[in-house]
Write a new protein. Sequence first.
Length: 289
Amino acid sequence: MCSVCPDAFGLIHGVAEKLLTRMALGIAALALLILPATAGPRELRVCADPNNLPFSNAAGQGFENRIAQIIAADLGAKLTYTWWAQRRGFVRNTLKAGLCDLVPGTPANLEMLRTTTPYYRSSYVFVTRQDSPDVTSFNDPRLRGLRIGVQLIGDDGANSPPVQALGRRGIVGHLVGYPVYGDYAAPNPPARIVDAVASGEIDVAVVWGPLAGYFAQKQKVPLRIAPVTPRIDGPQLPMIYDISMGVRREDDALRGDVNGALARHKAEIDALLAQYGVPRLDASGSPVR
C-alpha cells in the first residue's frame, strides 16, 4: 500500500471542495442579480397634474387619484406618479417620454394615445345661482343680456366648445374668459370661474361638468347646474365626452389590465364620481341620478 496515497487523496478532496464552494457562491451571486428584475413588485406609473382638483393633486385628493388607487390595488401594483402640469406638451413630456405609463381622464379615442373603455360620460354645464335665470340652452335669448363666464383652454387661451357655440349665435359682447389652468401659484386655479358665479361677478358660466360639480358643492351660495343643450351644436361640435384612460399605442397589455380593473370596480367608481359631484350622462345623454 502506498504510504502517501491518503495524503494525496485528502489534498485532491480539499481542492474539489473549494471549487464546489466557489461555484455555489457564484451561482448565488448570479441569482441575486437576476431576481430583482423578475420578482420585484409591479409598478403602476401614472402621469398626473399636481394641482388640478377635482381630478388630481400631489396630495392624492382628486377622484383620478382615488381611481388610480383602486386600479393599482386590483393589479397588485405599487402606485407611483410623474407630476407635470397638464398644459400643452403634457403627453409628450410624460407618457411618450417613458416617464409613466397611464394617463387618467383622457377623451375616448384620443388619437395620440390608446384609450381604455370609458369609465364615465359628462358634458359642459351651465352654472347659475339659485336666484338667477335657469339657463339650460345656448338658444336661450336671455343669454344676450347676461355676463357669461367661459373657459379658455391652453397656454394661448384657445376657445372651448361652448365659446364656439356662443360665437355661432353672435353672443360675444358679455363674455368673460377664465383660463382653465389659471395661476399655478394658487391652489385649485380651475375653481376661479365657479367662484365668480357664486360671488356675482358673472351671471352664468359654461364649465366642464366635473369641475363645475365639484366646486359648486363647496360654495356658500347655492348654485344650480344643468347640462347644456344642444348636446351636439351644429354638425361637429360635441358638448358631451366619454372619458377614458390612455396608454402608449403599443401597450395593449396594460390597456387590457386597466380595462379589467375598471369593469370589476364599476360600482365603486360610480359611487366615487357621485361623491365628487361629477355630473354624469347615460348612453342616451340623460343625467345619471
